[in-house]
Design a binder for this molecule. Sequence first.
Ligand code: AHR
Length: 658
Amino acid sequence: MKGKHLIAAILLVFNHHLQAQVTKTFTIQADHLTAKIAPTMWGVFFEDINLGADGGIYAELVKNRSFEFAQPLMGWQKLGDNIPEGSLAILNRSQEKPNNPRFLQVDSNDPQNKIGLQNEGFRGMGIKRGLRYDFSVWYRQLKPGLRLHLELVDSAGNTIGEGFLEPEAIGNQWQRAQTSFHATQTCPKAKLNVWFEGQGKIDLDMLSLFPEDTWKRRPGGLRADMVQRLADMKPGFIRFPGGCIVEGRELASRFQWKKTVGPVEDRQLIINRWNTEFQHRPAPDYYQSFGLGFFEYFQLAEDIGAEPLPILNCGMACQFNSAEQAPLDELNTYVQDVLDLIEFANGDIHTQWGKLRAQMGHPAPFHLKMLGVGNENWGPQYIERLELFKKVIDAQHPDIKIVASSGTDPDGERFDFLNRKLRELQVGFIDEHYYRSPEWFLSHANRYDNYDRMGPKVFAGEYAGHPPQVTDGPLENNWGAAIAEAAFLTGLERNADVVQMASYAPLFAHIDGWQWAPDLIWVDNLRTYGTPSYYVQQLYATNKGTAVVPMLADGQAVSGQEGLYASSTIDQPNGELLIKVVNYNHKPVRGMFKLETGKKPTKEADQILLTATDLKAVNSFDDPEHIHPQTTKIAVKDKTIVADLQPYSFYLFKVKLK
Ligand code: AHR
């Protein structure tokens, strides 16, 4: 080491030593189990917002594949120098197929005249070199002779994959045909050309392209990299399909699960409420194809080991939008939707809806145990409706727990009213939402310390730290927000007898198509990255333990005094003590963690550190792991861990006890 570097290193150690003089002693009563931690404790919230489903986790690459967008050719462009009038026409068979009425009719008489259509994908198509792509289409051929020439083209127009499809059947019956081909290059924003070669007349619908590498290689399935991000969190539950999308801007556009099951070509597409919701983030091409429907949501839950938590409409559209309500004497349809959903998920295969589940490939039940009635609904009108649902569900399915909304905010008159009413009603869970500043999270770490312990459990259903004065999408997912969430979550964990489910929201955002930020995971057409908040959630979810044990400083729970936040749990089957602590100070703090236990700790513990030197620091596609958990070892001596806690850091210590 050169002289000046040596001096700098000595100064750094000396400085660090000086700064680390503040010492705080924490006692962890590791043998004193105060509450069980629900296996559902940390989960995920999924909504089709920010291109979460179409253009996101649903791996379909063709946008507006069935021409059902308000503009039938949105996302498509006609190809050819000379396109004869009527040769590429949109027809509507609303009587024959009301759910999917439109189709394309190609009528071409001149084999020398090349015509076709180009699909732009969802902000382009993410294509990977060497991967197989599966094209499929529904067709009927009145005058045979046309073949489909498929071409993937990169941004410069170069062909990076091609295939051919020659429809065989002739006549009036719709048929499905498919063909596959491989891509020769990787391209994040490719397009698909469909040329019609030869001469003839053909009707086409559901033009579709999927990569072969979907999750579990299921045809027509989900983007594997996005599902993997969820699986890596080992979530206890997955809430779906939202969010405001459950409510709809008006009742007609509410989420209706029955319209999302069965063959995909029969699922009725509707506009996505996030298409028009925010004027500053318009997304005119945002629709819900429901290729990701309720069967797929249940299957996803099962795949990633999460309890399914569907939320259904309570007979009220979004109260920020139309605020339409179904009259009480017309609520039957809504209540029946709930009963039928329970049958779809759990019913015998001889029941109407259980049979459909079996036909879709899942004869075994999905073991639904809870469901939500209403999202962010409020007021006496919500309570009136909820009461009706509850009466029927309790009578017919007493084992199903009802999750009820406490509105949009975690405090105020609306919240107080609902909180009181929902406790009187004895619902299973009260769904609380908090989109608040990091300061709010820091100052509310003790929110549940004195909560009612006897009544309904709390579902912290949607939360995220929203840093003030940052409005840049991905930049909103900064370390300052994530560390505040980490601090707040110590309070949820400490009160795991009250809070039994928690999920950050929203989950996914596409970098070229988001409406709402911050979000847990950012994606583009080929990549994903976890935000600092993702790693916070993941550390909690994968280290939740099975029981809470007291962790005190100066005889008190550690919920923000001197900028420190802490909680501790024990994983009984693994004999492991899990200590979480946040140092929200600009200086290091020496933590003395004294383990009060009759058991013998191992000599070393795992120390997992999540930190950044700047509260504004973020992860990004270019630096996806700028902030990520770093694991090292730390000594355990005389049942004590001494750790110099860096400024603005989140630590997890894992100690084996024998
Ligand atoms: O997570 C985004 C939105 O926030 C949800 O749709 C809604 O429930 C809440 O207002």
